[in-house]
Design a protein around this ligand. Structure first.
Ligand SMILES: [Zn+2]
Length: 401
């Protein structure tokens, strides 16, 4: 048997608890004690707070202009206009996609992200470059960041000839974890608004290739709720519980009371998860109600400085702060809930073990200077050390993984 790799992170305060402890990482997992006969490496924590590293459940690294010269955006108000903006920006990008994606995701690691679900455009305008570029970035980040790839038909499969074939190619490539979708009844619906054609394709590909599904749903009212119900039914029928996610789901925050509770029960029972990026008070998912019914909910960045938006920074502690802002979180408990969505909610959605910082937990955490967890969510101090599987992957804002 080989000697285990052991690091002791001395004098740290898990979740900001008043008492300091030592976190003992043995081969990437926290343990009760240092195995006999092993001389561990020791890292002094000096009373810093240890928090689980976070999960970005929805990000678009292929579109980003992070680290590139400033891009001036044109006004856009509809999906077709935003999609045209993507194509325009892609033409102006100076740095290759794989390099840009790596730069953004390495930056995310320095901010304390342990895993991302990356949606990558699959459309005739781009060919397969997004999937291969992201796969290359993922390879370079192995050991520092888990990257799940979603082949995402941003331009629609009904409205864009050739997109369905490219999506099928991506599904068969062995490079993606999930197949994406977009507004089956609205943007990509038929002339009379009927939407099953896209869902036939998506569920068919998921079943054929053993992939998960993660479908963008921006449509509100019946055009959103209709497909959401259909996705739940198809998920149940196909035995895909726990493997289907609907992103954004702006039709859900429109519901309250019994209709919301009924929908939450349906989603929980059929195993359909949701992600939110907390874009605004009226578009953020009612995540507490959803989670109380057993619905898996993750939090994500969405686009980071891309053609859609100049905002975003791939910092999930900041996103937890924004979630607190948009939901008017004031109490410690509410602020801690926002953090938990970025930590446990995302981990559950992506099928990763939760980081509890107790023995048996993955040794995935970050060290920060502060008073307590709610204060950190508000003040956003630097992530001084980021640890993945017991190993340092970022220090003082620099990627070292
Ligand atoms: Zn998105």
């Amino acid at each position: 048997m080989s000697t285990p790799t052991v690091t002791v992170f001395r004098d740290v305060r898990p979740f900001g608890a008043p008492g300091a402890v030592d976190l003992i990482a043995v081969d990437g997992v926290l343990a009760e004690r240092v195995p006999e006969g092993v001389v561990p490496r020791v890292v002094e924590g000096a009373g810093r707070i240890a928090l689980p590293t976070l999960v970005d459940a929805h990000i678009h690294p292929d579109k980003t202009a992070w680290g590139e010269p400033w891009y001036s955006r044109r006004p856009a108000g509809s999906l077709p206009e935003y999609v045209r903006g993507d194509v325009d920006l892609a033409r102006h990008q100076r740095t290759p996609l794989a390099e840009r994606a790596h730069r953004l995701l390495a930056h995310a690691v320095t901010r304390g992200t342990r895993a991302v679900r990356a949606h990558v455009d699959v459309a005739p305008a781009f060919g397969p470059a997004g999937v291969t570029g992201l796969a290359e970035a993922r390879e370079r980040l192995a050991g520092a960041l888990d990257v799940q790839l979603v082949a995402f038909p941003q331009h629609g499969v009904r409205r864009t000839p050739g997109a369905a074939a490219l999506l099928a190619e991506a599904a068969a490539s062995g490079l993606v974890d999930a197949i994406g979708g977009i507004d089956p009844a609205g943007f990509d619906g038929g002339p009379d608004g009927e939407g099953p054609a896209q869902l036939d394709l998506l569920f068919g590909l998921a079943e054929e290739h053993g992939l998960e599904l993660d479908i963008h749903l921006h449509d509100r009212g019946g055009r959103g709720l209709g497909p959401l119900h259909e996705i739940a039914e198809r998920t149940r029928a196909a035995g895909l519980a726990g493997r289907v996610v609907v992103s954004h789901a702006f039709c859900v925050p429109e519901l309250t009371g019994p209709p919301l509770a009924e929908l939450a029960a349906l989603l929980a029972e059929s195993g359909v998860g949701l992600t939110t990026v907390a874009p605004s008070a009226h578009q953020v998912l009612p995540f507490r109600t959803l989670r109380s019914h057993g619905v898996r909910v993750g939090l994500g960045s969405d686009g980071v400085r891309d053609s859609w938006s100049p905002y975003g920074n791939a910092d999930m502690l900041h996103r937890a702060h924004l979630l607190g802002w948009t939901t008017d979180a004031r109490t410690d408990e509410q602020l801690a809930d926002c953090f938990a969505l970025a930590a446990d909610g995302g981990a559950e959605l992506l099928g990763l073990p939760a980081v509890t910082l107790a023995p048996g937990s993955p040794a995935d955490f970050m060290l920060l200077t502060g008073e307590c967890l709610p204060q950190l969510v508000v003040d956003l101090p630097p992530r001084e050390l980021v640890v993945r599987a017991g190993r340092e992957v970022a220090r003082d804002g620099r990627f070292t993984g």
